[in-house]
Design a protein around this ligand. Structure first.
Ligand code: COA
Length: 258
């Protein structure tokens, strides 16, 4: 499955556990996370959600083999593909979500942070949004939330060039709550999650709803808009060239596409 989940002292920990593939996320992994988040909504034993990877890697983002072989292009009917179920659940989580990020956080590894309440990053964290490099477009409402958070011009550079940026920069522009040494990251994130778990769940729920509730319709609308474009671009020649180039360990050549 490559996602580990556990519930302990009110904290649901969801951990990327596929280090040999840099924690790249397959459809089965999205499904496991979506199911865990959905179950957490109705489970009074869960008061906080902690999302983490390894010291060396948070996640290399969507599994590119999956993108090539099984692109999540369906979903106009009742059953959404797992990635969209996951994005829905994390953006609608009524309980606090704490993220602990170390190493690379590529694509969805960074966009999902826009939906977390506390984002702790190690000094080695490297965030990136290489959607254009892959012939794709932003997802997870990042085309709405990132410009709003960091300003249009900074968001444009991150979303168009897709170059990695460090934890300190992400902290300066507000995406990261606090930067910590790698050795301290996971213990600190757990400690903060425990503090949340000890507080009245109703107060946390209402605090989160009051801060985020007004934005929910706009987030849903942007996700739907991005999702439609993303599905189309996933099967276009530019994306095929990018995915093939990754596995052939060469630079993609986009010059033949206008
Ligand atoms: N999908 C599928 N497999 C992936 C992957 C991904 N997103 N990211 C890494 N892997 C695999 C590699 O193919 C390689 O597999 P192999 O050992 O069978 O050859 C293994 O994981 C190790 O990856 P490698 O690239 O050698 O590690 P690295 O430390 O040099 O670089 C990254 C790490 C994350 C910077 C790099 O793997 C990367 O850029 N990955 C793609 C990120 C991406 O574009 N994600 C999609 C975002 S929408």
């Amino acid at each position: 499955m490559s996602i580990s989940t556990s519930i302990d002292q009110g904290i649901l920990t969801i951990e990327f556990d596929r280090a040999d593939k840099k924690n790249a996320i397959t459809a089965a992994m999205y499904q496991a996370m979506a199911d865990a988040l959905r179950a957490a909504e109705g489970d009074s034993a869960v008061r906080v959600i902690l999302l983490r990877g390894k010291d060396e890697i948070f996640t290399a983002g969507n599994d590119l083999e999956d993108f090539m072989q099984r692109p999540p292009t369906g979903g106009d009917g009742a059953e959404q593909p797992p990635v969209f179920q996951f994005l829905y659940q994390i953006s609608h989580a009524s309980k606090p979500v704490v993220a602990a990020v170390s190493g690379a956080a590529v694509g969805v590894g960074t966009t999902l942070l826009l939906h977390c309440d506390f984002v702790y990053a190690s000094e080695t964290a490297k965030l990136s949004l290489p959607f254009a490099q892959l012939g794709l477009c932003p997802e997870a409402a990042s085309s709405l939330l990132l410009p709003r958070l960091v300003g249009y011009q900074r968001a444009a550079e991150k979303l168009m060039l897709g170059e990695p940026f460090g934890a300190q920069e992400a902290h300066q522009f507000g995406l990261v709550t606090r930067v910590l040494p790698v050795a301290e990251l996971h213990a600190f994130a757990l400690q903060q999650a425990r503090k949340l778990a000890a507080l009245p769940a109703s107060s946390l729920r209402e605090t989160k709803r009051l801060m985020k509730g007004n934005d929910m319709a706009a987030v849903e609308q942007k996700m739907a808009e991005e999702g439609a474009v993303f599905r189309r671009m996933l099967v276009a020649p530019e994306a095929k060239e990018a995915f093939t180039a990754f596995f052939e360990k060469r630079k993609p050549d986009f010059t033949k596409f206008s």
